[in-house]
Design a protein around this ligand. Sequence first.
Ligand code: NAD
Length: 489
Amino acid sequence: MAAPHLKIAEENAPDLEALLLAQKKACLADPYPSHAKRIERLDKLHNALLDNRARIIAAISQDFSNRAPAETELAEIMTLLDGIGYYRKRLKKLMKPQNRHVPLTVMPASVQVQYQPLGVIGIVVPWNFPIFLALSPLVGALAAGNRAMLKSSEFAPATGDLLKEIIASLYDEDEVTVVTGGVEVATAFTALPFDHLVFTGSTQVGRIVMKAAAENLTPVTLELGGKSPAIVHDDFPMEEAAARIAFGKCFNAGQICVAPDYVLCPRGKVEAFASAYAAIVAKRYPELRDNKDYTAIITERQKARLEAVLLDAKEKGAEIRPINPKSEDLSGTRKMPMTMVLGASDDMLVLQDEIFGPILPIVPYDTLDEAIAYVNGRDRPLALYYFDWNKDRAGEMTKRTHSGGVCINDTVSHVGADDIPFGGIGPSGMGHYHGKEGFLNFSKAKGVVRKGKIDAASFVAPPWDNFMFRSLKTIQGLRFRRRKIKPAK
Ligand code: NAD
């Protein structure tokens, strides 16, 4: 039975149940949208991204008080256009039923897997990439033939309003719709009996969302966070590692689910890494206050949280090294300098909670085994970054650690590789989207057996002591003559 509808006290609260009902009805009327229909839906989105490029950049920047326009172009628009292009090219093949093996006991028949749209997908969106993380799951959902309801983040209200306007201009409300609102709306939204729910946000709220979905037995894809390590091998040049780590860490001022959270650095190289990191960050962001390239923190509350993390580390004895090349006074802004933390210990917040901002602890290690044990001793992260030219060691690293995804000699770029699945593991999430796995995630892989005019079952049917059943047993006996399989030596 569906969970009772939750009343929302928020002003102008949307009638979520009515929206879902309308979408479910529309699904029944068109349960299997054609390839052409799905492409048409994707094309509309593609064109809207091009038409609204400047407005998207402006809205996100308004929400952040400053978001580097290039970051929005790269991470919210270009990646989406790539993702849409991926499905435009491959959708026919993905939709095609697959013929599968027909066992003797089922013969004669055809055996297939058919990929059916699930129905209505709920998508809960965080604030950090408020367009990409709304539309990227939507692209997968539409490619698989679904309809969708999106809930935008209350902490990116200008973008939420723009998204709502764009989507309303492209699709009927019973096709795709966006709802805005705070936690109350989000709570009622996640209590709806969707056919699938995608939640992108914190691990803490992910737990609440999964409980709410369980009431309806709604399957979930949870895209959560965590502490993604960057491990630098002793042989790897520290300037190179610093430059590559800085790109992923400074992007969106560290407010990325897959940002390198901390660096595991060979003990004797910590100082070399720290000075290379300070130099490259200062070169890329020579000033902070009026620098459009340097993104601000989303809210005062988040900024205060990050400052408290630094204070906690400082009070417990860590060394705090901000990278503020012109020593600017940033008060009155929501900008925070990228800050390295040296000498951090496990009792400090900086090594406990996901950082999600411009703070980088550098943790020394003595042996690679010790670094691996450090990672394996903690929650499974969303991403792991390993810096080593040696391919064998890199291969070992991916086998000996668990994480949602991996980049070797890079950070964050796996999110943009549209042909590989994206998703966490354990506390960093479950399920995948992007690429083929995204299509599968939003489809029911339905097993279908089709029999023809010959009804083989009638030949073997009881009474069981009949010739056909005895023959079947003989044939099976001949095929599997060595009934027990000997273990391989
Ligand atoms: P959040 O968990 O606070 O909020 C995410 C969404 O959940 C918002 O839309 C919010 O309205 C809604 N929400 C809040 N309380 C809720 C409740 N009780 N029930 C149902 N919904 C509720 O996360 P955030 O602060 O917006 O984003 C930051 C977090 O998201 C970080 O932990 C980050 O790592 C994670 N994240 C993960 C990915 C990923 O792809 N894995 C991407 C971006 C961000």
